[in-house]
Design a protein around this ligand. Structure first.
Ligand SMILES: *[C@@H]1O[C@H](CO)[C@@H](O)[C@H](O)[C@H]1NC(C)=O
Ligand SMILES: *[C@@H]1O[C@H](CO)[C@@H](O)[C@H](O)[C@H]1NC(C)=O
Ligand SMILES: *[C@@H]1O[C@H](CO)[C@@H](O)[C@H](O)[C@H]1NC(C)=O
Ligand SMILES: *[C@@H]1O[C@H](CO)[C@@H](O)[C@H](O)[C@H]1NC(C)=O
Ligand SMILES: *[C@@H]1O[C@H](CO)[C@@H](O)[C@H](O)[C@H]1NC(C)=O
Ligand SMILES: *[C@@H]1O[C@H](CO)[C@@H](O)[C@H](O)[C@H]1NC(C)=O
Ligand SMILES: *[C@@H]1O[C@H](CO)[C@@H](O)[C@H](O)[C@H]1NC(C)=O
Length: 463
């Protein structure tokens, strides 16, 4: 079988090989077990949760152990998987519970508008070799361009047991017996500490300024944020920014999730465009964040040019502890934005940082507001870039701008260009509070990172 050969080969990545060997060993056992598997029939559960059906998918006939090995080796490079014969692309399946019983999974996919999402099924493959099928019993869709993001929820047919692979099937089709059309289910991150904060940045793409990214990451590290999740489309992000993200991944602050758009050849589009299809595409990242970050006390969706700025608290963590005490029934905290319009020009030419150079802002406005969520208090699948729905018993509130705002550093957008330079429509307020807030230590640290990164020394730290 060549397994001995594979396992005894000297390779750099010994840990990876070790896991592959263990998994292959388990799969060999599974393969034997499958030969004796009987077809088991429909089996409705008594507890009122969606029906589940289980049967042997005949993997002994169609799937060979080598397919699994291949799949394991290539899994990390595969970003989504296409369901056979259908324009349905599964991106991620993530358990909704933050610990056992793993009774439900959120499954995020792209679906072509010509495919009916009604009566879809979830296919769960377990280590015992049995495929169990449940209804993808609820789904959320915010907009329906030609191809759009959809999130299903699927009850785990064996709560407490971890499926080894999952996929979807659309109405009228059986679950695939081709393992390469399955994804590996994921489980929420487990933060340390009792008050934990995470930020989801959605996709990093295009010519995102590496200086801004360093400032944003250092700011958040210093302001009590514990984790950042970012989605990278490797083919569409300038290299210097991508290297900086990799550095912060190495030190454990960010998780970089590979991201790509299905059917891009037929339906060309780029991430982040201000059109419906791109808003929909970004939901793949947001749904992923919602499930993956469910174990954090507070989760925000914000971009690299948006800084959560507490005016009266030392950091974001203290702000959130305070807000959750004074608003005990709130699930979604909405921050107004103060836009530091960079097109207006720098106030302090000598500042090293974007954060200290631009100090003229608008008033606090309800423009592109951002939210901090308590994951346990929001409706599943109802988070978007600017909104989130609290679950019953909780509410959403707008935080007074003297407590905290979003500092948004950006150019004038075309829609404003006519008025952007008009003091009547956009009165400019000079505000040095960000500059004052940044400690000298942090300023030095950011400049240092900039120097190192720009001299490319750090870029050779790879793996
Ligand atoms: C998670 O687990 C608890 C039981 O510990 C259960 O009550 C809850 O409904 C589960 N599911 C979700 C989606 O939270
Ligand atoms: C979905 O299932 C329901 C009830 O099981 C059925 O009435 C309906 O016709 C199905 N729809 C499709 C599109 O298959
Ligand atoms: C399984 O699906 C992949 C594409 O996901 C395809 O390349 C491969 O040929 C399929 N294998 C079988 C046995 O159908
Ligand atoms: C964190 O732990 C402290 C001390 O155990 C406790 O008083 C506080 O309520 C906890 N905070 C949260 C948000 O759980
Ligand atoms: C990053 O790279 C882009 C193009 O690759 C370049 O235009 C830009 O000046 C670089 N930025 C910095 C800060 O080095
Ligand atoms: C500035 O805004 C005011 C009020 O909307 C408007 O009357 C004026 O024409 C604007 N000026 C320019 C230069 O756009
Ligand atoms: C900054 O705002 C002040 C106060 O409105 C104004 O006098 C000044 O011209 C502005 N400078 C820039 C560069 O926007």
């Amino acid at each position: 079988m060549g397994i001995y050969h594979l396992c005894s080969r000297r390779m750099d990545n010994r840990k990876g090989v070790f896991y592959i060997c263990i998994t292959v060993f388990i799969l060999v056992l599974l393969h034997r077990h499958l030969r004796h598997q009987q077809v088991r029939m429909a089996h409705a559960r008594a507890d009122g949760s969606p029906n589940s059906v289980e049967f042997d998918i005949g993997m002994t006939r169609d799937v060979h152990i080598t397919d699994f090995v291949d799949d394991l080796v290539h899994f990390k490079s595969r970003i989504y998987t296409q369901v056979e014969h259908t324009k349905l692309f599964v991106y991620a399946a993530i358990a909704r519970n933050i610990s056992t019983p793993w009774d439900e999974f959120g499954v995020t996919a792209w679906i072509h508008s010509g495919v009916d999402p009604k009566n879809a099924s979830c296919c769960f493959l377990y280590i015992d070799g049995v495929l169990r099928i449940t209804n993808a019993w609820r789904y959320s869709v915010f907009m329906k361009p030609e191809i759009y993001v959809i999130r299903f929820q699927c009850a785990n047919p064996i709560p407490g047991s971890k499926p080894i692979r999952m996929t979807l099937a659309v109405s009228g089709f059986a679950c695939s017996s081709n393992i390469t059309t399955y994804v590996k289910p994921l489980y929420p991150l487990r933060p340390h500490g009792n008050v934990t904060i995470a930020i989801c940045t959605k996709q990093a793409y295009g010519n995102l300024d590496p200086n801004l990214v360093v400032e944003w990451l250092e700011y958040n590290i210093n302001m009590g944020v514990d984790k950042v999740i970012t989605f990278v489309d490797a083919s569409n992000l300038i290299q210097n920014t991508s290297e900086i993200l990799r550095y912060y991944q190495k030190i454990g602050f960010i998780e970089i999730i590979p991201y790509d758009l299905p059917m891009r050849d037929v339906i060309p589009r780029i991430p982040g465009a201000k059109i419906t299809i791109s808003y929909s595409d970004s939901l793949a990242a947001i749904h992923y964040c919602e499930d993956q970050l469910a174990g954090y006390s507070f989760v925000a969706v914000a971009d690299f040019d948006e800084f959560i700025f507490p005016r009266k608290h030392a950091n974001i963590k203290q702000l959130m502890v305070y807000l959750s005490e004074i608003y005990p029934d709130v699930g979604v905290f909405t921050f107004k934005t103060e836009i530091y319009i960079t097109s207006w020009g720098k106030i302090n030419e000598n500042g090293h940082l974007i954060l200290t150079q631009y100090s003229n802002r608008t008033e606090a406005i309800m423009d592109r507001v951002k939210n901090m969520l308590i994951p346990q208090r929001i409706q599943p699948g109802a988070v978007t870039t600017h909104t989130a729905k609290p679950s019953s018993g909780y509410r959403r509130t707008v935080i007074p701008s003297d407590l905290a705002v979003i500092n948004h550093y950006r150019k004038c957008i075309p829609k404003w260009t006519k008025d952007c330079f008009n003091f009547t429509d956009f009165p400019r307020i000079t505000d040095f509070s960000m500059s004052k807030r940044l400690s000298q230590v942090m300023i030095n640290k950011i400049s240092l990172y900039n120097q190192i990164l720009l001299s490319k020394k750090l870029w050779h730290l790879k793996d």
